[in-house]
Design a protein around this ligand. Sequence first.
Ligand code: COA
Ligand code: ZN
Length: 308
Amino acid sequence: MSDPQIVINEVGLRDGLQSQPRHLSLDEREAMARALLATGIRHFEVGSFVSPKAVPQMAGTGELIARLSPPPGVAFSALVPNMKGYELARAAGVETVAVVVSATETMNRKNINMGLDETLAVAEAVIRRGRDEGARVQAYLAVAWECPFEGPTPRSVVRDQAQALAGYGADEIVIADTIGAANPAAVRALMDDLVADHGAERLACHFHDTRAMGLANVYAAVESGVRRFDSSVGGLGGCPFAPGAKGNVATEDVVMLCEAMGFDTGVDMPALLAAVATVSELIGTPQGGRAYYWLSKNPGMNPGKNAA
Ligand code: COA
Ligand code: ZN
């Protein structure tokens, strides 16, 4: 029997780059994408279609997609904050769009200059239109455990919002710990509820490693049945509008954890380590999760399947 699978959605090209003080050029973003495409990862968030005044790092995402065009078996997604973003993404050939709803009023205002009700209405319009037009739509629920402005997010609020997004027809609901404030017990409690409501296949998790709990949170979500995770190469990342947000949990760490526990991620670890090195070079500062340092110093180590 083949190993159970975990799907990695690499978000380094979007979440990873959007808050970097050093803005990568299109050529550099392309080089990063090509290094990542060689790793066996099949799902990528390649960028966003947002105001270039709000996030200059993401300008030119359409051009990047045109240069890369997803190879067979590889899916590209892009974040869209509103209908204009949806239209731009679709015109660029994007088949999977990601809408973002933050669980709290203040976070929506800071992020996309809309209140919660308006954000939900815009998300509904984008999701319904995407469904009608044959797009795949991911709905992100940001600050799902804690908001940097309003504090802890009640579980019932997230549960209701996830229900609403599912009702609009979102293909996948991504529960995001935008500032890295969740802990494994809180992850387990929320994801158990959501898996009961929607089934694990329709859910994904997105963790940041601000307080060194990113990987533990991935494990907790796996225990709840979740099999789809966002992560970013080298642990790059952070949200420019959420104070305190650090990088996403590092892809190489998630792969090492999952493979060691007997899951198949389809990722070629040496190629992923090479991609981490490429990203460090492009950003100009060393990047890398714990797996990067450990496996780079112990190249003979089998990164996974050595426990059991
Ligand atoms: N893509 C590109 N440009 C867009 C856009 C989009 N999706 N949506 C709006 N714009 C442009 C408008 O055309 C307008 O341009 P102009 O100044 O040249 O006329 C400008 O942005 C402002 O538009 P407006 O509708 O008034 O929006 P706003 O100023 O209230 O900003 C957002 C709202 C959503 C566009 C902006 O906050 C944004 O892009 N946020 C992105 C946040 C993000 O990426 N967060 C991280 C991920 S969670
Ligand atoms: Zn994030």
